[in-house]
Design a protein around this ligand. Structure first.
Ligand SMILES: Cc1cc2nc3c(=O)[nH]c(=O)nc-3n(C[C@H](O)[C@H](O)[C@H](O)COP(=O)(O)O)c2cc1C
Length: 368
């Protein structure tokens, strides 16, 4: 296995990385009272020591009462949480790593009673969790403005704390994606209707972030076709629709796209082997991260840790490397394999595959 391509350096705007590996954002619920602890810092530090090029943190909630959907998920606001994050950043930097937080609002996925604001309702574009399933309230213009502002403030705080950029969680059926998806966005104002209008909320978030952080701070947008509410849902049915979607967001100020799929080898559209990341790079010419069951024989299902039963065994990454050779994408995010094994990147580099641990539910029980 020739892994040279994976270990080439890359520049994402102002952000220089030593290789093409990325730790995928993974919710761990190890932050009591929503404050990241020294254990959390140690967990990320071990991945930096393990030679990961860029760490994307677990989803961390912006300062809006409905942002949280699960207990023990870290805040990205308030003195204590930001001090906790500063320790995370400092430890990762001390180990030679780079790190960005994933900024998150769960929207209609929220179940009241969870998170720090127990009474808060679920907020979403049209009060829908999925077609036909109501949950919470449809957002007013004032709600939208407040959330946009909270994303911008979080990005500015990330910059001030010393992070190397930010990622907006626009995937998997959470708030930003609920605006993208027709299934949950039935508004008839400037935020709903055409694909362009369904992008308006994300455009305002990206523009407000850019305004807050300036030109030299990297903005990553994670998006997906699949939703936790419906694995077969799609935002873009054709390359032309995908181009429209990406162009709008690219023009708004996204520097890097993170195209989330559950299996990186699945072609996105008929007539081409390119996956979603491959198409994204071709259509935008911006740096793109691919993801989905890299190095494991079973794919990822769901989020919120509900469907991670069974064992996924380690595999080689020849298929991924072939796509790297063809420059279909620039970076690869690794989720479960890196969760279970902080040294995964080094073991791949050394072709030390026998030494890689399988992933199973037990791995979720500790911050190893
Ligand atoms: C325990 C766990 C928690 C996750 N939490 C998040 C999250 O907070 N944000 C996100 O965008 N994706 C989340 N994901 C999805 C991963 O980022 C990744 O896309 C998925 O696991 C597929 O990659 P893999 O097959 O390499 O694990 C999570 C996945 C797992 C396994």
């Amino acid at each position: 296995m020739n892994t040279d391509k994976l270990f080439e350096t890359v520049n994402l705007g102002n952000l220089s990385l030593k290789n093409r590996t990325v730790m995928a954002p993974m919710t761990r619920t190890f932050s009591p009272e929503n404050i990241p602890t020294p254990d959390v810092a140690g967990y990320y530090r071990r991945r930096a020591e393990g030679n990961v090029g860029l760490i994307i943190t677990e989803g961390t909630c912006i300062n809006h009462e409905g942002a949280h959907g699960y207990d023990r998920v870290p805040n990205f606001y308030g003195e204590k949480a930001l001090a906790g994050w500063k320790t995370v950043v400092d430890e990762v930097h001390a180990a030679g790593g780079k790190i960005v937080p994933q900024l998150w609002h769960v929207g209609a996925v929220r179940k009241p009673g969870t998170g720090p604001n127990k009474e808060a309702p679920a907020y979403s574009p049209s009060g829908l969790y999925k077609p036909g399933a109501e949950n919470g309230v449809a957002m007013s213009q004032a709600d939208i403005d407040e959330v946009v502002e909270a994303f911008a403030q979080a990005a500015l705080d990330a910059k001030n704390v010393g992070f190397d950029g930010i990622e907006v969680h626009g995937a998997h059926g959470y708030l930003v994606d609920q605006f993208f998806w027709e299934g949950t966005n039935q508004r008839d104002d400037k935020y709903g209707g055409s694909l362009e209008k369904r992008c308006q909320f994300a455009v305002e978030i990206i523009q407000a972030i850019r305004q807050a952080v300036g030109d030299d701070f990297t903005i990553i947008l994670r998006f997906s076709q699949w939703k936790q509410q419906d694995y077969d849902a799609r935002l873009a049915h054709t390359p032309a629709e995908l181009e429209k979607f990406l162009t709008i967001l690219s023009d708004a100020g996204v520097d890097v796209f993170h195209a989330s799929t559950r299996r990186f080898w699945v072609p996105e559209f008929e007539g081409s082997d390119l996956n979603l990341a491959g198409w994204t790079k071709k259509l935008t010419n911006k740096p793109v991260i691919t993801v989905g069951s890299v190095g494991l024989d079973t794919d990822f299902i769901g989020e919120g840790m509900k469907d991670l039963s069974g064992t996924s065994n380690p595999t080689g990454i020849e298929g991924l490397l072939e796509r790297f050779e063809k420059e279909e994408f620039d970076l690869v995010a690794i989720g479960r394999a890196l969760l279970v094994d902080p040294q995964w990147v080094n073991k791949i580099k050394d072709n030390n595959l026998d030494d890689i641990q399988p992933f199973n539910k037990k791995a979720l029980g500790s911050l190893s």
